[in-house]
Design a protein around this ligand. Structure first.
Ligand SMILES: C[S@@+](CC[C@H](N)C(=O)[O-])C[C@H]1O[C@@H](n2cnc3c(N)ncnc32)[C@H](O)[C@@H]1O
Length: 344
């Protein structure tokens, strides 16, 4: 269920929503989600909540294959040594039906089930997409967030807002990379919260006219975000619009606005509407990113947002106007871009 504020705007990360429902409005009702939200990466690795119920790591192979007699496992410097290492050390990883290599083969021979054939998301009993330690290790290997983001995290906590709503350090750096790699100059960020994703995009932009337009309905979160934007040079590239994104975005479409990147991270139940609006505003070569797209696996089976995210993914997969890639980063990011029609 999506909780509506008195103004009719669904609340997701406001204090009221957190008290009653958790970050995603329904989070507190589900152990799965609370754990997965705590892993959103906005917290320093040491503060991440360990998952008591995460899937146990697979047992080590009972008998590792014997290396060739003259093989030094540490030597991968020649192609022969490399092939010997694959055979001796890595082969066991590729054994069995549930390995990534056999899944890749299934994808190549077309035997993977089609999303369109899944009436509901498949059962998934884990609180996170990852085994314990994966995100922590990935964050440790990623350039740490700048001081501005530490400030956002502190201000978010000080305002009593639910920190795991932020995209956090790992996904935030990914968004900075997307902005920088794409050469984007205009970004639309739907669902500001306290400003993390907007500022992450802003740090990846260059050019005098570069701008991130971000929309937030919750006044407390918007105040924290604006203060963060005011406190850092990259924040000067961010324009915060307060109000219901459903209304604001519709107005942008009417006004003929164009964006190079569109990031959806507000009310998940309205992703379909934001998707249509976002596609219509995407400049040629632009990309739309939908956050939390794999919460269709993580949310509880009785959570309507689980199915609405699944329906959204099916809709995108069936849309001949686009091509897309679902990235298992954080809680899933669906990247979508328009493709040229056969008529050009
Ligand atoms: C998951 S948080 C966004 C997190 C943000 N991208 C970040 O990195 O910190 C979702 C935000 O969307 C806002 N929101 C939800 N529905 C909205 C709507 N219809 N209009 C505007 N804001 C909305 C919530 O108040 C909340 O702050």
């Amino acid at each position: 269920m999506v909780m509506d504020s008195p103004s009719g705007v669904p609340l997701f990360c406001s204090s009221a929503a957190v008290l009653r429902w958790g970050c995603s409005a329904w989070a507190a009702s589900v152990r799965n989600r609370a754990l997965s939200s705590a892993r959103r990466g906005s917290l320093p690795p040491a503060a991440l909540v360990p998952s008591a119920s995460a899937a146990a790591p697979p047992p080590p192979p009972s008998s590792p294959p014997s290396p060739p007699p003259d093989h030094d496992p540490a030597d991968t410097t020649s192609i022969d040594a490399y092939n010997a290492w694959i055979e001796a050390v890595q082969a066991d990883r590729n054994a069995g039906a549930a390995t990534s290599s056999s899944r890749a083969a299934s994808a190549m021979d077309g035997t993977l089930p089609a999303l369109a054939d899944m009436a509901t998301p498949p059962p998934f009993s884990h609180p996170s997409l990852f085994h314990d330690g994966v995100e922590e290790y990935a964050m440790a290997a990623t350039t740490p967030p700048s001081a501005a983001f530490v400030g956002i995290a502190q201000a978010t906590a000080a305002a009593g807002l639910f920190a795991p709503c932020m995209v956090g350090g790992l996904e935030g750096k990914f968004l900075t990379f997307v902005a920088a790699m794409s050469g984007a100059s205009r970004v639309l960020d739907v669902g500001t919260f306290t400003g993390y994703s907007a500022l992450a995009f802003a740090e990846g932009l260059s050019g005098a006219d570069a701008e991130v337009v971000t929309i937030e309905a919750d006044p407390t979160a918007a105040d924290v975000a604006q203060a963060a934007f005011d406190a850092t040079p990259a924040g000067a590239r961010v324009r915060l619009l307060r109000g219901d994104a459903r209304v604001v975005v519709a107005g942008m479409v009417e006004a003929g606005e164009k964006f190079d990147l569109v990031f959806l991270d507000a009310d998940k139940g309205n992703y379909g509407a934001y998707y249509e609006a976002g596609l219509s505003m995407l400049a040629d070569g632009g990309t739309l990113l939908a956050d939390n797209a794999l919460c269709s696996l993580l949310y509880a089976p009785d959570d309507p947002v689980r199915n609405s995210l699944h329906t959204f993914a099916q809709r995108v997969a069936a849309d001949p106007r686009v091509e897309q890639v679902m990235l298992p980063v954080r809680e899933g990011i669906l990247l979508v871009r328009k493709v040229a029609s056969p008529d050009g």
